[in-house]
Design a protein around this ligand. Structure first.
Ligand code: FES
Length: 108
């Protein structure tokens, strides 16, 4: 959640330098906000276990969008080397991320 309680701006960048922006409301995972914005990102378990949604955080900061289980082996907001899991984190300010998997805008 942002300090002001407002949505954060999320910018996704691909390896080919395509980019798209969407709003992420406080407390909502980045992956869920992307789906709500009409984007399809690589995802699997949605629980921070499979790493399919692993991404590099280039700018800004994130926190876990739900409490960590006491059995959690990893911290989705800090996997090391700037890596995060989009299914399990929410921005604390405007961010720029590079998903490792492909993503696309849903066609209607
Ligand atoms: S979808 Fe499995 S770790 Fe994010």
């Amino acid at each position: 959640m942002t300090a002001s309680g407002r949505s954060s701006k999320v910018t996704l960048i691909s390896d080919s330098q395509d980019s798209v922006c969407f709003a992420c409301p406080p407390g909502i995972s980045i992956l869920r906000a992307a789906k709500n914005a009409g984007l399809e990102l690589s995802a699997g378990c949605m629980q921070g276990r499979c790493y399919t949604c692993r991404s590099t955080l280039l700018k800004g900061s994130v926190v876990n969008s739900r409490p960590l289980s006491r059995y959690a082996m990893i911290d989705p907001a800090n996997l090391g080397n700037g890596k995060v899991l989009l299914c399990s984190v929410t921005p604390t300010n405007d961010i720029i991320v590079v998903p490792e998997g492909p993503w696309e805008t849903k066609r209607t």
